[in-house]
Design a protein around this ligand. Structure first.
Ligand code: GDP
Length: 442
């Protein structure tokens, strides 16, 4: 998903991060590349235009936060705007009204509608609901059989639709039958065509007007890019859909449909299909998707957490020490205390952009109890030992272990971790990641 866009944006941001201060020209150049990257990802040109305009305005008019470099601030803004573009937060299926609650699935042939009906049944059942599958595509008898087979496979009841019956009648009868079966949610798999045509639309309108579905979901194939956006627009104009399920996201490296649909139709993407298997349907979270496009873990949460705990002056002082390699065990301990204030260390490491993929750091996972032990060990050292860890020989290690109620192995491990972290920090602060982890790491 979004591989090309991720790579392109990554290289734009690498360039931006190289600058200590960003000028209007730097931002302009960066945004030009972001624009190209979005167009190449097949995002609707009008959407791109507005997106770039919004980012530019925010980037130039922003208030400078000391804990982030200008490059990172631009990334944060792009992240925010990408999230907004895709609809801000996850929108759930609308399931309200008298039972059984009908939900209509609409879309063109081959978009993955029938498969998605099965996937939704699985998802709803996991949430404790009792789904009832209703095949209402009478033009393609194979579609009815396909859903019946899916029902058997999933052990979900399927309405025995008659291919000669009128789809509206099928749905009305299915409402009664579903209730008798003790089901609470009707998933109606409507007919598909190769193209949007009036006959199909009028049939869907008839079903909608009689059945009064609680939600109407358009199933669209992400791999068709802007076609999916246009299809969503036509279906929405006629049917006033409740949202979109974008299928085949697993095969879509560009992502144009996912990025344009909300903006063009005003309707949210509620779920995405990420594979052919029946458990491969996921709720769509714009914020998580934006972060994953930017390849940065949960940047936003990280930045927010960091901002709320880290004293910026202290962080600057710490950075100076790091640069001069004067980061002592005492500083290490203070950082540990800060990290504890921020929550779980593992979560934190995973949130730091680029760090979650770093094998060395993964091996460094320290559990929460360990943090307490580390603090005790460092507290048992003399001030000189804390400043010059190299003097801590065997007998000093024994003394420290005794004093802190730990073992010599614990002390050894801490010293090893400390030197490893020192190495990592040096590498990272040279490599342009400056600031993201600033003041955060032990
Ligand atoms: P319908 O004509 O709209 O009912 O489409 P189908 O449900 O028959 O699906 C068409 C094809 O798309 C089938 O081969 C499905 O396995 C495949 N498909 C559906 N959803 C996904 C998905 O999320 N990922 C992938 N890779 N394939 C999918």
């Amino acid at each position: 998903m979004f591989d090309n866009l991720s790579n392109r944006l990554d290289s734009v941001f690498k360039k931006l991060k190289g600058h200590g201060k960003l000028t209007e020209k730097n931002i302009e150049d960066g945004l030009k590349e972001v624009r190209m990257a979005l167009l190449e990802a097949d995002v609707h040109y009008k959407v791109v235009k507005k997106f770039i305009g919004d980012i530019k305005e925010r980037s130039l008019g922003q208030e400078v936060t000391k804990s982030l470099t200008p490059g990172q601030q631009v990334i944060k803004i792009v992240n925010d705007e990408l999230t907004k573009l895709m609809g801000d937060s996850h929108e759930e299926l609308k399931l309200s009204g008298t039972l059984p609650i009908p939900v209509m699935l609409v879309g063109l042939q081959g978009s993955g509608k029938t498969t998605t009906a099965g996937k939704l049944a699985v998802l709803l059942r996991k949430r404790g609901r009792k789904p009832y599958l209703v095949p209402a595509d009478v033009y393609r008898p194979a579609a009815i059989d396909q859903l019946k087979k899916l029902g058997v496979q999933l052990d979900v009841p399927v309405f025995p639709s008659d291919a000669k019956a009128d789809p509206v009648q099928i749905c009305q009868k299915a409402l009664v039958a579903g209730q008798k079966e003790g089901c609470d949610t009707l998933l109606i798999d409507t007919a598909g065509r190769l193209h949007v045509d009036e006959e199909l639309m009028s049939e869907l309108c008839r079903i909608r007007d009689k059945v009064k579905p609680s939600d109407i979901l358009l199933v669209a194939d992400a791999m068709t890019g802007q076609d999916a956006v246009n299809i969503a627009k036509s279906f929405n104009d006629t049917l006033d859909i409740g949202g979109v399920i974008l299928t085949k996201m697993d095969g879509d490296a560009r992502g144009g449909a996912a990025l344009s649909i909300k903006s063009v139709t005003g309707k949210p993407i509620k779920f995405i299909g990420v594979g052919e298997k029946l458990n491969e349907l996921e709720p769509f979270h714009p914020d998580r998707m934006a972060s994953s496009i930017l390849g940065m873990g949960d940047v936003l949460t990280f930045i927010e957490k960091a901002q709320s705990v880290v004293d910026e002056e202290k962080a600057a002082e710490l950075e100076k020490k790091l640069r001069k390699s004067q980061f002592t065990l005492e500083d290490f301990r203070d950082q540990m205390v800060q990290i504890r204030k921020m929550g779980s260390l593992t979560d934190l490491i995973n949130m730091i952009p680029g760090f979650s993929k770093n094998k060395q750091l993964k091996n460094l996972e320290v559990d929460e109890h360990e943090l307490v032990r580390i603090e005790a060990i460092i507290n048992s050292m003399t001030p000189l030992e804390r400043r010059q860890h190299t003097i801590i020989n065997g007998s000093r290690r024994k003394r420290i272990a005794r004093g802190s109620g730990t073992s010599v192995q614990d002390v050894n491990r801490l010293l090893k971790n400390y030197t490893q972290v020192m190495k990592m920090i040096k590498k990272i602060s040279k490599g342009g990641m400056r600031g993201f982890g600033r003041g955060m790491l032990p």
